[in-house]
Design a protein around this ligand. Structure first.
Ligand code: ATP
Ligand code: LTN
Length: 334
């Protein structure tokens, strides 16, 4: 709770090109939930440097992601949209929470295992303690709900464990957050290998739909998506490729699985894939147009970058001061 309202926090990394998975699993839900909560949407640039980044490129991507939040329909006047690095409380609380998190817990994180396998030449301490910074992000804002894709559930469980552990020692300091997982689109799979999630870091261009893909590329990727030798548009574990396309379609158009199955009964994969492509274009095209428009509004965006960094810092520092006092740091002299 913040100022008597339930609060919501989520973040995205400014690395790679955002995919349809990021949109349907996370960003779309941000937009739906914005009116119900006091919201904080962060561009987690500090998390991004756990993997080596080109500085100019990171700065550009961070700005683009912040602009994209607004282009997707998040009102920057009502939602606190900001950069993690503009609010020093994140790093400060992360340090404290590091001292309340066990090596064993962090060693079990699947994202750490995956990323250290992928970046074997740079298994840095930041990559290991990444989930603690994420816990700090969330706990700073006394967050009630955290909209994320399924792949972030393990980090969220750890965040809850850290909050409960801290509260057990020092009393009720943190709100214990809940994950919000959307009904459809919480785990969009690769179009080329539907047993793995769609990822921005996939080397196969055809595996992911990027948010900035032009319509013809979207249509082409959907038509080439891996399905099976059957022709039936049906949801099921035995049909991962088709089920993924059904998820994409229904998530774009807010339909149920049954509705989609009925709509394409006896129509075959060709017609279905074409419709999926069109559904994706109908969602992404307006987003792209708005992004292009907003990218030229430098002063407008800058105003919110400043204003929201201050707002985030105000609330975050309240929690941070409380924590510092609880753990025994000396009082500030005013
Ligand atoms: P990478 O793909 O490089 O591992 P990422 O896309 O998982 O990175 P973020 O950009 O930080 O990392 O993810 C932002 C949000 O998008 C998170 O809530 C995450 O759960 C969600 N998300 C990412 N991929 C998918 C997917 N394929 N389906 C649904 N949600 C996803
Ligand atoms: N770990 C997330 C990004 C992230 C996040 C957060 C999400 C960092 N801090 C706080 C929700 C809440 C990822 O890799 N997708």
């Amino acid at each position: 709770m913040i100022d008597g309202r339930k609060s919501l926090f989520s973040g995205m990394q400014a690395t790679g090109n955002l995919t349809l998975g990021n949109y349907l699993g996370a960003l779309k839900n941000f937009v739906t939930l914005q009116d119900e909560y006091e919201t904080f949407f962060c561009v987690v640039d500090e998390h991004s440097i756990t993997v080596r980044q080109d500085p100019a490129e990171l700065r550009k991507r961070a700005r683009n992601l912040l602009t994209l939040y607004i282009a997707a329909g998040l009102d920057p006047e009502k939602n606190c949209i900001y950069y993690q690095s503009h609010c020093s409380a994140h790093a400060e609380l992360a340090w404290i929470l590091n001292c309340y998190t066990y090596m064993g817990e962090l060693s079990r994180m699947t994202q750490f295992k995956d990323k250290s396998a992928k970046h074997a030449d740079n298994i840095n301490a930041g990559l290991f303690t990444y989930p603690v910074l994420m816990a700090a992000d969330i706990l700073l804002f006394q967050t009630d709900v955290v909209p994320v894709g399924i792949d972030q559930m393990q980090h969220l469980e750890l965040t809850r464990d850290i909050a409960i552990r801290f509260n057990n020692i020092y009393g009720d300091v943190f709100t214990v957050p809940e994950a919000y997982i959307g009904k459809a689109g919480a785990k969009i799979m690769s179009l080329q290998d539907p047993l793995h999630k769609m990822s921005k870091s996939d080397e196969n261009e055809n595996a992911s739909i990027y948010l900035m893909d032009p319509p013809d590329a979207i249509m082409r990727k959907c038509k080439r998506a891996v399905t099976d030798s059957d022709t039936e548009v049906r949801y099921g574990e035995d049909k991962p490729g088709v089920s993924n396309l059904i998820d994409i379609y229904r998530s774009c158009l807010s339909k149920s699985v049954e509705e989609v199955e009925k709509e394409f009964e006896g129509k075959g994969y060709g017609v279905f894939k074409e419709a999926v492509g069109e559904a994706v274009v109908s969602v992404l095209k307006p987003l792209q147009d708005e992004f292009a428009r907003l990218s030229k509004e430098k002063d407008y965006i800058d105003k919110y970058i400043k204003q929201n960094a201050e707002k985030a810092s105000y609330y975050a520092n309240k929690t941070l001061r409380k924590v510092q006092k609880k753990v025994g740091f000396p009082e500030r002299i005013r």
